[in-house]
Write a protein that binds this ligand. Structure first.
Ligand SMILES: NC(=O)c1ccc[n+]([C@@H]2O[C@H](COP(=O)([O-])OP(=O)(O)OC[C@H]3O[C@@H](n4cnc5c(N)ncnc54)[C@H](OP(=O)(O)O)[C@@H]3O)[C@@H](O)[C@H]2O)c1
Length: 340
């Protein structure tokens, strides 16, 4: 398969718009169908989208007529990329799969299903091998916070750790464009995000799980998460504390994190960052305003080690590393692994 034809569900939402922005110049992925909620079917994309991405609506998508989410409208594609809200995704995605249409999805339903790979490509692209003998492929992206916070854990979990404690400071866009009323978050911090504190450790346990025959066995992790909504548009930050049984070599850990790039063995990964983890040594970094630049990288800083405890900060773009970017990177990786 030289070129890959895709449909995009939820194309008018925050993740959908980011996906179109990233795909507009893609060398081998073509978006051939767009859809949104049913009432917008047959409308031109430009007439019904509330475009909030930088710049104009990409020229090639402006005049496309929206289709429905029904399988009949997606028989002409190799993959459906879904940025549907959970309620809509649950039924729609299964219907597509039952009709033999491959799906890569950002939505939460079925993320924890032991037969469905939950992919953050650098961490667990090998889980995609579960799809080898399946006629129809169903892949899930982790939640945006799980995706970003899990990136440094690959190196941490190799060490003799006792407990991971994480506080996440999550941007407003993580709740979707209409997810949070302005009055509830302007000049405010909300110390609770429904479902996140259970979802994050569960999903990270699955990402670091082991493939056993046709399913994934979750890895047991000792992790405690507190999730907080902060009045920032884009970018989830995490303050992570790892308690160790034995003193680790912190400089070696930092150098392993900087060198972490398991995907470099593949060619043609258009969305893979050269350095997936960037370490900042300045004491006031990483910052949303300075370090996030529409990239797939995860930024780290503020390393401090004392009394068997290592504290560091992690920051990533929830719409790119946390959603649109990894959907595309997963598809690219599947192509390189001959899994399409
Ligand atoms: N935002 C993030 O940082 C982030 C990160 C990771 C994962 N996710 C997940 O990605 C998905 C999309 O998130 P988002 O932030 O882009 O949400 P959003 O801004 O609310 O967009 C939702 C999209 O789905 C469409 N839609 C809503 N109900 C529908 C239905 N019944 N049938 C068909 N289409 C429907 C909407 O179309 P209309 O314009 O017609 O309403 C819109 O295109 C969610 O599952 C979310 O949990 C989001």
């Amino acid at each position: 398969m030289d070129r890959i034809k895709v449909s995009l569900l939820g194309s008018t939402g925050m993740v959908g718009q980011k996906m179109l922005t990233l795909l507009q110049y893609h060398p081998y992925i073509d978006v051939v169908n767009l859809s949104a909620s049913m009432s917008k079917k047959n409308s031109k994309y430009r007439d019904v989208v509330n475009w909030v991405e930088h710049g104009d609506i990409p020229e090639k998508y402006r005049n496309m007529e929206l289709v429905s989410t029904d399988p009949e409208d997606h028989k002409n594609v190799d993959y459906v990329l879904s940025a549907l809200p959970p309620e809509a995704a649950e039924e729609t995605e299964i219907k597509l799969i039952k009709n033999g249409i491959n799906v890569i999805s950002n939505a939460s339903p079925y993320r924890m299903d032991e037969n469905i790979p939950l992919i953050n490509p650098e961490l667990n692209y090998d889980h995609l091998n579960l799809l080898k003998n399946r006629d129809t492929k169903f892949v899930k992206n982790p939640n945006c916070t799980s995706t970003i916070m899990s990136m440094p854990l690959n190196e941490i979990l190799k060490l003799d750790y006792k407990k991971i404690t994480m506080t996440t400071l999550q941007a407003i866009s993580g709740a979707g464009y209409t997810g949070l009323p302005y009055m509830s978050i302007d000049d405010n911090i909300i110390p609770y995000i429904h479902g996140e504190e259970k979802k994050i450790p569960a999903e990270i346990s699955k990402m670091f799980g082991f493939v056993n025959e046709n399913k994934i066995i979750n890895r047991s992790l000792n992790m405690f998460v507190t999730s907080v909504r902060v009045p920032v548009k884009v970018g989830h930050m995490g303050i992570i504390n790892v308690e160790f049984n034995e003193d680790p070599d912190i400089e070696k850990l930092k150098s392993n994190l900087s060198a972490f790039n398991p995907l470099k063995k593949f060619n043609n990964l258009h969305n893979a960052p050269v350095n997936p983890i960037i370490i900042h040594n300045e004491e006031n970094r990483p910052q949303n305003m300075i370090d996030l630049n529409n990239g797939m990288e995860v930024h780290m800083g503020r390393f401090e080690y004392r009394d068997h405890n290592l504290r560091f900060i992690v920051l990533g773009d929830n719409l790119i590393r946390g959603a649109a970017g990894i959907t595309i990177l997963t598809l690219e990786t599947m192509k390189e692994m001959n899994l399409l």
